[in-house]
Design a protein around this ligand. Structure first.
Ligand SMILES: [Zn+2]
Length: 535
């Protein structure tokens, strides 16, 4: 195809004219990489599988072809270990006894439990269960549910979601939008941080945004973990939780009310937990893949703008009934990795002041563990990473008048994105569904948690031409199914346009004098100050 001619302002503000680098991002290029990564030969790119390793090798080869330098010495691969833990349900047991005797528990129906201690056998005997409300410690809101209580060795009972608190007519936390404090991984992290033996999260459909069945068999799956080691983790249904509330002289609604008070303190439930958990533990080797375009400005080249997209998916399901046993993950997220490769092709035709790092991460489907590992052992000092652009399940149904990104209102990358979108005569849109807490459900969260400002590209919804299929219905039919494959419903012209906008945004971020920052009062602002030594 023909490259458009364009002029771009370089670092020294001299206009350089030539083929528009953004025009290197094309629907055809996106489709080719997405097709290669979602091919049956990649066997669903399961973390720690041969298919996953094959996908990593393909990405490394493409990064080299594009002209990126290896991020780790002479290698594009950033290896790390993951521990897989699968409970032996038949050999495990759990009971809870209180004033009314033992609770009637049914495994994976009223409670699902597991261990991430990494031990073959965990035994807990008559351990007190302490209700800790939402279990939130948020200095920026002056909120502390623990208030110095010693909960070491106890089992902590948490409510899901953020405290729904209004003060002086203002919603604390994110109001209806879910902050990280409202996500279940935060609850488990809190339990580990406080030295608890375990954590039980009370499930209600309202506080989780999905029914119990979505989490109901978590304890029977293989769980991968890096961020919290606990003897016991569990989800408990609302009916069982009512029994505990009753023993505390209240109801589940009463517990929610209690926990919404600033004065809340942890309190004993009068229930004691006994558990014997047998777990098969194994360690696997896996890897993220990263390539670098070195920046051109001597003063800024040691700062990095990072692109992330997860290349792992669900692997194979040999027990699936039909002929197809491969989770191709074309939308989730072969096409997102294709998108960051295309962006790399555009970037190598420019001379950004800051360096750009392209990272295809693994183990997202296991709980954003690949990006967590990247942030824990980054190939450059963490404080040199100033921004993250994440792409996960982007637009595949055509061109829209809106361009959407989660995090739009939370930091200055969002401001730059909005400016670029509007210069193109389009509308910038934020999170299409804030209550679900999507910002905390893909890899950008690993960056945000340590203070790095991040933006997460979404699919716009205001289509110029009616899409070939209803996007919502398509998602319901194919999300996390073996049928997530490139098909006739796909039209990548929309993603081509979206990624050109993302590229333009990232180029401006890479060339700006100031590094990105969170909007004042944001939940990640404190971490930002600590990471970069700012006031
Ligand atoms: Zn997924």
């Amino acid at each position: 195809m023909l490259y458009r001619l364009a002029c771009v302002a370089t670092a020294s503000f001299v206009l350089a004219c030539g083929p528009d680098p953004a025009a290197r991002i094309t629907a055809d290029g996106l489709r080719a990489d997405a097709a290669a990564l979602s091919a049956d030969s990649m066997q669903g790119r399961g973390t720690g599988t041969a298919g996953g390793d094959r996908a990593a090798a393909y990405i490394a080869r493409r990064f080299e072809e594009i002209g990126l330098a290896p991020a780790a010495g002479d290698s594009y691969l950033l290896p790390f270990e993951l521990t897989g833990m699968k409970k032996d349900a038949a050999a495990s047991s759990l009971t809870m006894r209180g004033p009314g005797g033992a609770l009637p528990l049914r495994n994976d129906e009223t409670i699902t439990y597991w261990s991430t201690a990494g031990k073959d056998v965990v035994d807990l005997r008559n351990v007190p269960i302490v209700f800790v409300g939402y279990g939130v410690e948020a200095p920026e809101y002056g909120w502390d549910d623990f208030k110095g209580a010693d909960v070491r060795g106890k089992v902590l009972l948490f409510l899901n979601n953020d405290p729904p608190v209004e003060e002086n007519g203002q919603a604390l936390f994110g109001g209806a939008a879910r902050t990280y404090y409202g996500r279940w991984p935060y609850k488990f992290e809190q339990a580990a941080k406080h030295g608890a033996a375990g954590a039980i999260v009370i499930h209600t459909t309202a506080s989780a945004s999905y029914p119990f069945s979505v989490v109901g068999n978590t304890g029977s799956r293989e769980n991968w973990d890096r961020s919290y080691q606990l003897d016991l983790l569990a989800w408990m249904d609302s009916t069982t939780s009512e029994r505990i509330a009753a023993a505390m002289g209240t109801t589940l609604t009463g517990l929610f009310d209690l926990a919404a008070q600033r004065s809340f303190r942890p309190r004993d439930t009068r229930y004691r937990l006994t558990a014997h958990i047998k777990t098969a533990v194994r360690t696997i080797q896996t890897q993220n893949v990263a390539g670098v375009l070195r920046g051109s400005d001597a003063a800024l080249a040691d700062q990095y703008v990072v692109f992330t997209g997860h290349y792992d998916h669900l692997g194979m399901n040999p027990s699936a009934g039909g002929v197809d046993t491969i989770f191709n993950g074309a939308w989730d997220n072969a096409v997102g990795v294709a998108a960051i490769m295309s962006t790399a092709e555009a970037f190598v035709a420019t001379k950004p002041r800051r360096s750009i790092m392209f990272v295809a991460v693994t183990a997202e489907e296991a709980g954003t563990l690949g990006s967590a590992a990247f942030v824990e052992h980054p190939p450059v000092p963490l404080k040199q990473i100033v921004a993250d652009f994440n792409v996960d399940m982007p637009q595949i149904f055509g061109v829209t008048r809106d361009v959407a990104a989660i995090g739009l209102e939370t930091n200055t990358i969002g401001d730059t994105f909005r400016a670029v979108v509007e210069e193109h005569g389009l509308r910038a849109a934020g999170d299409p569904d804030p209550t679900a807490g999507h910002f905390y459900r893909s890899d950008q969260v690993s960056f945000a948690k340590v203070g790095i400002p991040a933006l997460y590209l979404q699919a716009g919804t205001d289509y110029v031409e009616p899409p070939a299929v209803d996007p919502k219905a398509y998602e319901e039919a194919h999300y996390h199914q073996v049928s997530d494959e490139i098909g006739s419903a796909w039209n990548l012209l929309g993603l081509e346009r979206d990624m050109r906008i993302v590229f333009e945004t990232a180029l401006r971020v890479a060339n700006a004098d100031a590094q990105p920052r969170w909007t004042p009062g944001n939940e990640f602002e404190e971490e930002w100050k600590v990471l970069y030594g700012k006031q």
